[in-house]
Design a protein around this ligand. Structure first.
Ligand code: SF4
Length: 346
């Protein structure tokens, strides 16, 4: 593994077969993550981002590929190849936060028991008082009042339930957290609170995040680097500022054109994505995006573009990546403007 990397995802494929039909949910996805970084993965629903996250934590068995991980002890392992016993010990270091704070918590358990559950499963010899103390400490870290811990999840709001989910993920002292649409079910103001909490916890515990979301503005807020997925493939990957300011893939451009800009003096052109996302069981020929791309040429219909690095750290899968000038956006806090090359006369 390269120095400084905590995770290296290499050529991951995931296929599902049912009744003789094979669906390629994830095709040949690779990227690496430095310790303490946040990587955002975006795309429309059904693009394979959740499946990719689940393959990385071994909730699904990947059909092909490798996930190299540097453990807390400094050992480099292919997490997909380790045996069950080793996987269990490494799993403590790689946790997941789920989308739906309503259904991911057992309604029959008190909040204290929910937060303690991973400790019971992983440290059977830990005393009850130690577990209680650790769970209470985590509850406080995520802003939950410890005196409410004997209540049940239904007594909490959506934002508070997501805080419970975060405390449950943190109680094992993980190094990596995969956040799968972790704030999507929350109101915008609560989303901001939970994102700020995740950032604070990242600083305090040195966490590394893989942040999966369909919402570009959320991903921009929290990520150091962003990967854009379409129909199971990574089509663009770059540092956040670079990707938003200078997108190189027409799909990224179209996603950005749909982000609302709260300035009536700025006229933006929304780029419509023609039709529905194609059926992954029967994907289009050539470039998978060609049926919806306004820059499509004959070459795009006939040949799949290579995923390559066109400037340092900026990877794109598009035949026309070097020739097109695409529209980007710049986000500063809650303010969104057009990228410099889109402002007339700039
Ligand atoms: Fe569009 Fe062609 Fe690029 Fe695919 S390869 S994104 S169809 S321009």
């Amino acid at each position: 593994m390269e120095k400084g990397n905590i995770l290296e995802v290499k050529n991951i494929h995931k296929r599902f077969t049912s009744k003789g039909i094979t669906v390629k949910a994830v095709t040949d996805v690779s990227f690496s993550v430095k310790e303490g970084e946040t990587i955002g993965i975006v795309g429309e629903s059904g693009c394979g981002k959740t499946t990719l996250g689940r393959c990385i934590v071994r909730a699904y068995d990947a059909s092909e590929g490798e996930v190299f991980y540097r453990t807390e002890a400094g050992e480099e392992v292919d997490f997909l190849k380790v045996d069950r016993k080793k996987m269990k010990s490494i799993r403590k270091e790689i946790q997941m936060i789920f989308q739906d704070p309503y259904s991911s918590l057992d309604p029959r358990m008190t909040v204290l028991d929910i937060i303690k559950e991973p400790l019971k499963a992983n440290f059977p010899k830990m005393s009850k008082s130690e577990m209680d103390a650790k769970a209470k400490e985590m509850a406080e870290k995520v802003g939950l009042n410890p005196s409410y811990l004997m209540r049940y999840p239904h007594a909490f709001s959506g934002g508070q339930r997501q805080r419970i989910g975060i405390a449950r993920a943190l109680v094992l002292n993980p190094k990596i957290i995969v956040c799968d649409e972790a704030v999507s079910a929350l109101d915008v103001s609560i989303q901001a609170q939970v994102i700020n909490l995740l950032r604070d916890l990242q600083k305090e515990f040195g966490l590394t995040y893989l942040f999966i979301s369909h919402d570009l503005s959320v991903v921009e807020h929290i990520s150091d680097k962003v990967g854009v997925m379409y129909l199971g493939k990574m089509v663009e990957y770059a540092e956040t500022e670079e990707l938003f300011g200078t997108p190189r893939h027409p799909y990224t451009e179209a996603l950005m054109s749909a982000v609302p800009i709260a300035d009536p003096t700025i006229k933006t052109e929304r780029i419509p994505l023609k039709g529905e996302i194609p059926n992954p069981a029967n994907p289009p020929s050539g470039c998978f995006f060609h049926t919806r791309c306004r820059y499509c040429t004959e070459q795009c219909v006939n040949a799949a573009p290579e995923y390559k690095e066109i400037t340092p750290g900026h990877f794109v899968a598009c035949h026309r990546a070097e020739e097109l000038t695409l529209k980007g956006i710049i986000m500063e806090g809650n303010k969104i403007t057009l990228a410099k090359n889109e402002i007339p006369g700039a």
